[in-house]
Design a protein around this ligand. Structure first.
Ligand code: NAD
Length: 523
C-alpha cells in the first residue's frame, strides 16, 4: 500500500462555478453555502441555496413546460438525449474532474458514473418509444369491443439523490423520467451539485426545452422534503431511515415513489472458484469508491476449503492497493466523502475491535494522504454484538465469514434486513445460477462484481427488504415513471340488461360465452 501525497491544488475557477450555479432555481441574492472538496478538505465552491418558495416556483415552471414536452414525440425526445450522450463522452475529462473534486473518489471510479449515465441515456433513448407504445387488449367480448392500455407520464417527477454517486444517480434517473415524458424537479445533494449541474447544462445545450428539468439545491430535511411534498412521483435514493420518511409522506399524499436504499451485500466464494479471479472480483467489489456504494460488498463469505488460500491472496492484493487523491488515473482507492463518513467508519471498526474482531489488514485513518482517507480494512471474528455485523458501514471495510457448504452460504447471505445485491464466484456457473433464486436480493452478479449487474442496463435491478421498493434500469425502470391508463371501447352490444327475465337470459348467455372462451383457450 503506498501513501502518496499530492501537490495538486484542487480548485475550480469561480467563473466556471458561476456558470454552473446559474442553473439553480434560487432568489436573486440567495444564501450561499461553502462546499469542501474531499480531495483536500479545503473550500471548493460557494453554492446558492434554494428556498421552499423556489421549490414551489420550480414546480410551477415545470408544470407549464409539461405539455410541450409530453407532446414531443418519443423519437424527438430521444434525439435530444442521444445528443447529450455524445456531449457527455466528448466532455468527459471536465466532468471527471468535477465528480472527483466533489466526491473524493478516484478517476476510474468517477468514470463509472459517466459510463452509467451514457449507458442509461443510450438504452432508454433507443427503447423508450417501443416501451411507451400503447398496447391493444381484448374487450369484455371479442370483436364487439376492445381496450387500449397506454403509458402516460406521471407529471412532475421529483428526483432526490445522495452524494455518493451524484452524477450517475441524478442524471440517470432524471433522463429516464424525461424519456417517459415527465418533467423533472431534481434535488441533488447540496454538497455535490456542481457535477449534476454540468450534466443539466449539457442536456440544455443538447436541446432540452426550458423549464422541463429544474434544479433546486438545499438541505434534505427542508428542500428535499419540500420536493417530496409537491411532486406527482418521487424517485428517492439514500438511506433506509430517510427512505421510510419519504415513503410515509408519499403514502399520506397517495403518490407513487421509488426507493433505492441501503445494502449489506455479500460475496460468496465457492470451493470451486478460481482464486485469482475471486480475489480480483472481491477487491473491486469491496473497495470501489472506498466502499461508498450501495451495491458494494461488506460481507465476504468463504467456503472453508479455500478460505485460507483465498485470504492469503486477498490480503496480498489489498496491500498492493494504491491509495491517493489526484485528478488523474492510477490510484485504486480514494477518499471518504467527509468527516461524518470517516467517523462512521472508524466507529464501526473500533466497536468491532473492542468486542473481539481481528483486523487482518487496515483499520487506520491516513490523513497524510488526504484528510478523510481510510485504509482498506479486512476483519475476522465478527459477531452479532458488533455494529458492523448488520448495519451498513458504507466504507472500505469488509468482514470475513467461513461456511461449510452452499446452504450455509445462502442462509448467511439472507441473514440481513437488506436485500440489494449479492455476488457469487464459482467455477461452476450452472451451480451458481441455481443459488440465485434462493437469495433475497434484487440483483445477483456471477463471476463479476456489482459492475456486471449495474452495467447490464437492459436488465431491471430490483430491491428487497429494507433496501427499498422500485426498479432501476430495464423496462420497469422507465415504466415506473408512467401511469397506466386503459381505454375500453364498445363497438356494439350492451353489457347488462334490465328486468328479471332479461337479466336471467343475459347471465345464461354470458356463462355460455365464458365456457366457450375457456374451451377455445382464450385468456
Ligand atoms: P441519507 O438518507 O442521509 O440522504 C440521502 C439524501 O436525502 C440526501 O441528499 C439528503 O439531503 C436527503 N434527505 C434527507 N432527509 C430528507 C427528507 N426528509 N426528504 C427528502 N430528502 C431528504 O443518505 P446518505 O447517507 O446521504 O446516502 C448514503 C445512503 O444511500 C446509503 O445508505 C446508500 O446505501 C444509499 N444509496 C442507495 C443506492 C441504491 O441504488 N440503492 C444508491 C446510492 C446510495
Amino acid at each position: 500500500m503506498h501513501a502518496t501525497a499530492t501537490e495538486t491544488d484542487f480548485v475550480l475557477p469561480s467563473s466556471r462555478v458561476a456558470a454552473l450555479t446559474a442553473l439553480v432555481v434560487c432568489a436573486a441574492q440567495p444564501e450561499r453555502r461553502t462546499v469542501l472538496s474531499p480531495l483536500s478538505g479545503r473550500p471548493l465552491a460557494q453554492i446558492p441555496q434554494s428556498s421552499r418558495a423556489d421549490v414551489a416556483g420550480a414546480v410551477g415552471t415545470a408544470r407549464s413546460a409539461a405539455r410541450q414536452w409530453r407532446e414531443l414525440s418519443p423519437r424527438r425526445r430521444a434525439a435530444i438525449v442521444l445528443a447529450f450522450h455524445d456531449r457527455l463522452l466528448a466532455g468527459r475529462e471536465e466532468i471527471l474532474d468535477l465528480i472527483q473534486l466533489e466526491t473524493g473518489k478516484t478517476r476510474a471510479d468517477a468514470f463509472e458514473e459517466v459510463a452509467e449515465v451514457a449507458n442509461v441515456a443510450r438504452y432508454y433513448a433507443r427503447t423508450a418509444s417501443a416501451l411507451l407504445e400503447p398496447r391493444r387488449r381484448r374487450g369484455v367480448l371479442p370483436v364487439v369491443g376492445h381496450a387500449t392500455q397506454s403509458r402516460l407520464p406521471r407529471g412532475v417527477v421529483g428526483v432526490v439523490t445522495p452524494w455518493n454517486y451524484p452524477f450517475a444517480l441524478s442524471l440517470g434517473e432524471a433522463i429516464t423520467a424525461l424519456l417517459a415524458g415527465n418533467v423533472v424537479l431534481l434535488r441533488p445533494d447540496p454538497r455535490t451539485a456542481l457535477c449534476v449541474l454540468w450534466g443539466v447544462q449539457q442536456l440544455i445545450t443538447a436541446g432540452l426545452p426550458a423549464g422541463v428539468l429544474q434544479v433546486v439545491v438545499g438541505d434534505g430535511d427542508s428542500i428535499g422534503a419540500a420536493v417530496v411534498r409537491c411532486v406527482d412521483f418521487i424517485s428517492f435514493t439514500g438511506s433506509t431511515r430517510t427512505g421510510r420518511a419519504v415513503a410515509a409522506v408519499a403514502a399520506e399524499r397517495m403518490v407513487g415513489c421509488s426507493l433505492e436504499l441501503g445494502g449489506k451485500n455479500a460475496l460468496y466464494v465457492r470451493a470451486d472458484a478460481a482464486l485469482p479471479l475471486a480475489v480480483d472480483i472481491a477487491r473491486r467489489s469491496v473497495f470501489t469508491a472506498a466502499g461508498q456504494l450501495c451495491t458494494h460488498t461488506e460481507r465476504l463469505i468463504l467456503h472453508k476449503d479455500i478460505a485460507e488460500e483465498f485470504l492469503r491472496l486477498f490480503l496480498a492484493a489489498v496491500a498492493e492497493l494504491r491509495l491517493g487523491v489526484a485528478l488523474d488515473y492510477g490510484y485504486d482507492m480514494g477518499s471518504l466523502f467527509g468527516p461524518e463518513q470517516l467517523e462512521r467508519v472508524i466507529g464501526h471498526v473500533e466497536d468491532a475491535r473492542r468486542r473481539g474482531a481481528r483486523v487482518l489488514t487496515g483499520g487506520r485513518h491516513r490523513p497524510e494522504i488526504g484528510p478523510w482517507v481510510y485504509e482498506p480494512t479486512v476483519l475476522e471474528n465478527v459477531s452479532a454484538a458488533m455494529d458492523l455485523r448488520d448495519a451498513e458501514t458504507f466504507g472500505p471495510v469488509v468482514s470475513v465469514y467461513r461456511v461449510a457448504d452452499d446452504d450455509a452460504a445462502v442462509r448467511l447471505i439472507n441473514d440481513s434486513d437488506y436485500g440489494l445485491h449479492a455476488t457469487i464466484v464459482s467455477g461452476d456457473r450452472t451451480a451458481a445460477r441455481a443459488l440465485a433464486p434462493l437469495l433475497r436480493t434484487g440483483t445477483v452478479s456471477i463471476n463479476e462484481s456489482f459492475a456486471a449487474s449495474w452495467g447490464a442496463v437492459g436488465a431491471t435491478m430490483g430491491v428487497r427488504g429494507d433496501s427499498g421498493t422500485g426498479y432501476r434500469h430495464g423496462p420497469e425502470g422507465l415504466l415506473a415513471y408512467t401511469a397506466v391508463q386503459s381505454v375500453a371501447e364498445q363497438r356494439a352490444g350492451r353489457l347488462g340488461v334490465r328486468g328479471a327475465e332479461g337479466q336471467r337470459r343475459f347471465a345464461d348467455w354470458f356463462s355460455r360465452a365464458l365456457v366457450a372462451a375457456r374451451r377455445g383457450g382464450l385468456h
